[in-house]
Design a protein around this ligand. Structure first.
Ligand SMILES: Nc1ncnc2c1ncn2[C@@H]1O[C@H](COP(=O)(O)OP(=O)(O)OP(=O)(O)O)[C@@H](O)[C@H]1O
Ligand code: SF4
Ligand SMILES: [Mg+2]
Length: 330
């Protein structure tokens, strides 16, 4: 008798990611850029995804959108959005999901816009990809969207080319494109890193306003725990392609369990009861994903490592109510 495969249960959350794995199969070895990532996101909530450079934040986001660049490949897992596993959809249906179901603000605002088209036409194009509306109506909507994202003089700005706009304005255009089809989930990949401090605050305020107005869920990718503290409900800490701790923002700041999270918090200005004159940096190198240590991947940087950490690869487990961590010493 042939076994009938049991279909996985659809998720109850708006977005549920289960055991997502995205690898780069290179001549020198397999880079496990995303190595078994799972999380859920409910309507209107904000999840911060945090970690040092190269830990797999962008690849996680691109995997959700099914936009992983070659030679990267999603090799396993499920991405449930509103009851459908996106990884099982035909590409044609996935194109409809991008924009309407889930949209992404990419890490490089300046290079994500096409230099040869006006910003208005790029927003209008995004609208016409999903909606059957006239060019005129799409243009009018593009101007409205520019207004909504706080672009001064939107009628005139719509006719500008990207190089005429500042970094902050380009980011507003990118946000207008991302929200043009009213997605239920918005992914913002380091939305403020390239901008100066005052503009950063404005963009974060804008994201908050839009999220509240449209009821979107937000996956906020950043290496900045300060941004997470102000904007997110929950936080997932990534290290070397995996989530090593996940809890509410309050829990993470008050009771960080994983030694990596504790080190990240120590490296953050203004955290903790004592004032510090200097920032503590996390000792050791961001790991080369081709040369990860055996056992716990954080072992060679961990101040709490013991010999058993070289043998056991700790699983992400619930250590307190709604608080998971991957460490054998917690
Ligand atoms: N084109 C590629 N070829 C091989 N490996 C890649 C490629 N792109 C990414 N990777 C691997 O995927 C890992 C995760 O990259 P990713 O861009 O997701 O990191 P990130 O957390 O977004 O970092 P950053 O904070 O710098 O944006 C990298 O460490 C790298 O090893
Ligand atoms: S398992 Fe060991 S090495 Fe890994 S974080 Fe915990 S104490 Fe550190
Ligand atoms: Mg990135």
């Amino acid at each position: 008798m042939t076994a009938v495969p049991i279909a996985p249960a659809p998720a109850s959350s708006l977005l549920e990611v289960r055991d997502l794995r995205t690898f780069f199969e290179l001549e020198s070895g397999v880079v496990r850029a995303v190595d078994g990532v799972s999380f859920a996101l409910d309507r209107g909530r904000v999840l911060g995804l945090v970690g040092e450079s190269g830990c797999g934040k962008t690849m996680t986001a691109l995997s959700l959108m099914r936009l992983v660049p070659r030679p990267g490949r999603i090799v396993g897992g499920q991405v449930w959005l509103e009851g459908r596993d996106l990884l099982a959809l035909p590409e044609r249906e996935m194109r409809a999901v991008r924009g309407e179901g889930m949209a992404m603000i990419f890490q490089e605002p300046m290079t994500s816009l096409n230099p040869v088209f006006t910003v208005g036409s790029q927003i209008a194009e995004a609208i016409r990809l999903h909606r059957r509306v006239s060019r005129r109506a799409a243009w009018a909507r593009a101007v409205e969207l520019l207004d909504e994202v706080g672009m001064p003089d939107p009628v005139r700005r719509a006719r500008e080319y990207p190089h005429r706009l500042s970094g902050g304005m380009c980011q507003r255009v990118m946000i207008a494109i991302a929200i043009s089809c009213e997605p239920h989930v918005l992914i913002a990949d380091e939305p403020t890193t390239a901008l100066d401090v005052t503009i950063q605050a404005e963009i974060l305020d804008l994201l908050r306003t839009l999220r509240e107005r449209h009821g979107m869920a937000l996956l906020l990718i950043t290496h900045d725990l300060g941004v997470v503290a102000e904007q997110a409900d929950e936080v997932a800490i990534m290290y070397a392609g995996r989530i090593v701790e996940h809890a509410s923002v309050l829990e993470i700041f008050e009771r960080p369990l994983h030694p990596y999270t504790q080190a990240l918090l120590r490296s953050m200005p203004g955290v903790g009861s004592e004032r510090r004159d200097r920032l503590e940096t996390i000792p050791g190198q961001v790991p080369d994903l081709l040369r990860l240590p055996s056992g716990c991947h954080f072992r060679d940087r961990c101040p709490k490592a013991i010999s058993r950490c070289a043998e056991e690869d700790p699983a992400l487990e619930e250590k307190a109510a709604r608080h998971t961590a991957a460490c054998i010493r917690v």
